[in-house]
Ligand binder design. Structure first.
Ligand SMILES: Nc1ncnc2c1ncn2[C@@H]1O[C@H](COP(=O)(O)OP(=O)(O)OP(=O)(O)O)[C@@H](O)[C@H]1O
Ligand SMILES: [Mg+2]
Length: 378
């Protein structure tokens, strides 16, 4: 077993892994480590290479380049059934003619585990997923969520080093999904097995993961904790994929002591925190909830934008305003309603407003616009 710099054991490691299907590069020079006991999500839009990455860990696909280490050992040449990993799919395909208990014990039977032990372990796994009492039932007698739990028990019963889960909740309705998210987190903490969890649902990844690898077009754009990914996305893609983000771009006119000023070409001066380079183009993102609105046209030297209201919507506790800045950039603002209804009543489509924010709100993004051409805010 290998260790990372911090001393934690590494269960899975990708070293410059590339996978091609004909002309298409599904996974492109990807490197990352998954630590023992970690809940790591692979998150990204359809076709970005999540399932392909998982299938390579499981051994159903081989990388064209690079290495995948399982427990510190290069997995090349090791067939799927000899890898210390198990997969749970969205389509869980239980055996319909077998009881729940036999479904869960099946893998152990294949491995020739003695009958008394395999039933004892299957019962233990069913207890873990809270299905004690349903041992004798057939899969068709269970709900979708319960069937998914049987599939989970069937994988856990093997006590793998790593559990691979490919959109396991994709077939469930929203309410059941939410319940199963909590269940899965509880089970993972209880058994301490490393989970690699594939999803394209950003809320799910944020809620469940220790760390998230955000993928786009076969590459990992950022691998970080949910809080870091949300508060400090490195690229516009990550910022936009993880919740809503407003963007501004321009030139850095001042950069000192971890503060910067960014002049947009439409006359807004963004003051923010971060290491920018004076004289270079840059892009910032600001979350809708970090913006505040006042009616009318109020002057301010920095972090102030004048706009015209397009729409206003009440979203329960929040009010959402969409407004167009001078130059055509559209901003989404979301404010808490508590105590501010008078203000929000006064905000109407077609009326001028002033949008303001704190210097801690703008996030400096690593992918700067090209010099003198990235002006969609003017
Ligand atoms: N067996 C295959 N043959 C050819 N192309 C493939 C094969 N498997 C995957 N691909 C292609 O590789 C790319 C990545 O596919 P992959 O299934 O890993 O995406 P994904 O991130 O899991 O997407 P989704 O969220 O839709 O499941 C896609 O463009 C897909 O069409
Ligand atoms: Mg997939």
């Amino acid at each position: 077993m290998t260790s990372d710099a911090g001393g934690a054991s590494v269960d899975i490691e990708f070293r410059s892994v590339t996978k091609r299907f004909g002309d298409l590069t599904a996974v492109n020079q990807v490197s990352f480590q998954v630590l023992q006991g970690e809940f790591l999500s692979l998150l990204g839009p359809s076709g970005c290479g999540k399932t392909t990455s998982l299938r390579m860990i499981a051994g159903f696909e081989q990388p064209d380049e690079g290495q995948i280490l399982i427990g510190g050992v290069d997995s090349i040449g090791t067939p799927p059934y000899r890898r210390d990993v198990n997969t749970v799919f969205q389509q869980y395909a239980l055996f319909p003619h077998m009881t729940i208990l036999d479904n869960v014990a099946y893998g152990l039977k294949q491995k020739r585990v003695a009958k008394s032990e395999r039933y004892a372990r299957a019962r233990e796994a069913l207890e873990l997923v809270r299905l004690t009492g349903r041992e004798k039932h057939r899969p068709s007698m269970l709900s979708g969520g319960q069937q998914q739990r049987v599939a989970l028990a069937r994988a856990l019963v093997n006590r793998p080093r790593v559990l691979l889960l490919d959109e396991p909740l994709g077939a469930l309705d929203l309410k059941l999904r939410k319940e199963m998210q909590i269940e899965l987190t509880r089970i993972q903490q209880q058994v301490g097995i490393t989970f690699i969890y594939v999803t394209h649902d950003q809320g799910e990844a944020l809620a469940m993961s220790d760390r998230i690898a955000v993928m786009s077009d076969g590459v990992v754009e950022q691998l970080d904790t949910p809080a870091e990914i949300y508060d400090r996305p490195r690229t516009a893609f990550v910022a936009d994929f993880i919740g809503e983000m407003n963007f501004l771009e321009g030139d850095v006119t001042h950069a000192e002591d971890g503060e910067f000023d960014l002049d947009t070409r439409s006359g807004i001066v963004v003051r923010g925190r971060g290491e920018a380079t004076k004289g270079r183009p840059a892009r910032v993102g600001i979350r809708p909830a970090r913006l505040h609105v006042v009616t009318g046209s109020v002057d301010g030297a920095t972090n102030t934008a004048h706009a015209v209201v397009e729409t206003k919507m009440y979203l329960g506790d929040e009010v959402q305003i969409v407004a167009e800045l001078k130059g055509g950039t559209r901003f989404v603002i979301r404010e808490q309603r508590a105590g501010t209804d008078d203000l929000h009543d006064a905000i109407r489509p077609g009326e001028p407003i002033t949008i303001q924010w704190e210097p801690t709100a703008p996030v400096l993004l690593a992918d700067a616009p090209a010099p003198n051409e990235g002006g969609n805010d003017d």
